[in-house]
Design a binder for this molecule. Structure first.
Ligand SMILES: *[C@@H]1O[C@H](CO)[C@@H](O)[C@H](O)[C@H]1NC(C)=O
Ligand SMILES: *[C@@H]1O[C@H](CO)[C@@H](O)[C@H](O)[C@H]1NC(C)=O
Ligand SMILES: *[C@@H]1O[C@H](CO)[C@@H](O)[C@H](O)[C@H]1NC(C)=O
Ligand SMILES: *[C@@H]1O[C@H](CO)[C@@H](O)[C@H](O)[C@H]1NC(C)=O
Ligand SMILES: *[C@@H]1O[C@H](CO)[C@@H](O)[C@H](O)[C@H]1NC(C)=O
Length: 384
């Protein structure tokens, strides 16, 4: 009797699981991606606006400059691959672009908060998040007009389908530059005090996209920005306590962690406010720091190793640049095997590290709720 009872319970559990499964495990089939961010996800806007990044940028995958601050593909490229969508055309790129499956508004050097011209010396660009959102609005209304006017299938083939704006995945990955430039120009207390304003402006962007019909959001938190080797250029002789044992600037990572803590609290509130939205918060910090911590096991050199550029003592020749030093020409050359490096040029990551990150975050294991990106349109968290 006991056996049959157990069997019956087991059987009904299976039935329940099967009964619940179809909606929960169904892929969202996102028809498009709209991305907002900085150089970590810019697929050509900075190059289009300010001049292209020369080879060796792009050498690994595209074998030519590809508008990316990387030797190859970025996290957003691996994200598009995972969703079986083409790589995103940059909004500012006028030649050869195709917006049928989304558009990329990210620009290298972009910040959440608008910066004044004095920040440009730190590589900050004027295309702040609010400007990217404004560009999205213009893009959407212009694309919808063109779609209505189009007379042939061919004319429509490079335009987004109007109904698909509400079915698209909206991805946001921005804020590193706010922290980086703040660290250079403000005291730690001032930078700390500025975080709530950064978060408010970030949240306003999400609210605006929701009002425009966006429903599925995939939000990357800030990575360990203190680990970028460029931070060490400013401290050739670091005082004790400045760096952790992996070479990361502790105070800057702590600021990023504080930003993330506040962002997560606001994302949870946003879910209550935007009742029809699915908002996934993705802990890229934990993923990236795990890679840095376990670099050896994962087959990478440590964070002091920069693949591209000439960095000897206090002489820094950027990746791809040439300078004359004491009458001889010095070239910021690439390393032989970028797949062994986490840092490509001291500021940006290699394709190999973006690939590693993609493999560790896109399956949902560091997401809240823990859904893979292919299912980020479902509101799992209401049931948890
Ligand atoms: C599951 O999907 C079916 C059909 O698409 C729908 O009728 C039903 O309400 C959904 N159930 C849940 C729990 O969302
Ligand atoms: C630009 O911003 C910096 C830092 O916030 C500030 O110190 C400076 O006064 C500003 N400059 C101008 C011209 O507004
Ligand atoms: C990184 O690796 C280099 C070369 O192997 C080594 O000299 C250096 O001490 C390491 N630095 C850190 C912070 O682990
Ligand atoms: C350039 O020459 C000066 C004087 O000889 C020397 O002190 C300096 O280290 C040299 N710089 C480089 C990068 O070799
Ligand atoms: C996601 O991928 C990582 C790396 O391969 C793996 O360690 C982890 O268990 C996976 N998580 C899920 C939920 O599949």
């Amino acid at each position: 009797m006991g056996f049959w009872k157990q069997l019956f319970i087991g059987f009904s559990l299976v039935l329940c699981a099967v009964g619940d499964a179809p909606n929960e495990s169904k892929d969202c089939s996102f028809p498009a991606i709209y991305n907002f961010g900085d150089s970590a996800s810019d697929t050509g806007s900075e190059s289009a606006a300010f001049g292209s990044l020369p080879l060796p940028y792009g050498e690994t995958f595209f074998h030519k400059p590809a508008g990316r601050a990387c030797d190859g593909r970025l996290l957003i490229d691996f994200l598009a691959e995972r969703l079986r969508l083409p790589y995103l055309s940059a909004y500012l790129n006028s030649l050869g672009s195709n917006y049928r499956h989304g558009a990329n508004f990210a620009v290298g050097g972009a910040t959440i908060r608008r910066q004044n011209a004095s920040a440009y010396q730190y590589g900050i660009s004027p295309f702040s998040l609010a400007i990217q959102i404004k560009q999205f609005d213009d893009f959407k209304s212009h694309a919808n007009d063109l779609y209505k006017q189009a007379k042939t299938t061919f004319e429509r083939s490079k335009l987004p389908v109007p109904e698909e704006f509400s079915k698209a995945l909206y991805t946001l990955d921005i804020g590193n530059n706010d922290l980086y430039v703040g660290f250079q120009t403000l005291s730690l207390d001032q930078l700390h005090a500025a975080i709530p304003d950064m978060i408010n402006q970030f949240v306003s962007a999400v609210q605006h996209l929701y009002q425009q019909g966006g429903r599925a959001f995939w939000i990357h938190n800030r990575g360990p920005v203190g680990c970028a080797p460029v931070n060490q250029f400013y401290h050739p002789h670091p005082p004790p306590g400045l760096l952790d044992k992996y070479g990361c600037v502790i105070a800057l990572n702590e600021i990023a962690a504080e930003f993330n803590k506040q962002l997560k609290v606001r994302v949870i509130k946003l879910r209550a406010e935007l009742s029809q939205a699915s908002i996934t918060y993705v802990d890229t910090y934990t993923a990236a720091y795990a890679l840095i911590r376990n670099h050896e096991k994962e087959g990478f050199k440590n964070m002091t190793a920069i693949c591209c550029g000439y960095h000897v003592k206090s002489v820094h020749v950027p990746c791809g640049a040439k300078t004359s030093i004491n009458g001889s020409e010095v070239y910021g050359a690439p390393c032989k095997d970028p797949s062994k490096y986490i840092s490509w040029d001291g500021v940006h990551s290699t394709e190999a590290s973006y690939h590693w990150l993609a493999n560790h975050i896109l399956n949902g294991s560091l997401s809240d709720p823990p859904v893979p990106i292919t299912q980020a349109c479902h509101k799992h968290y209401n049931k948890l």
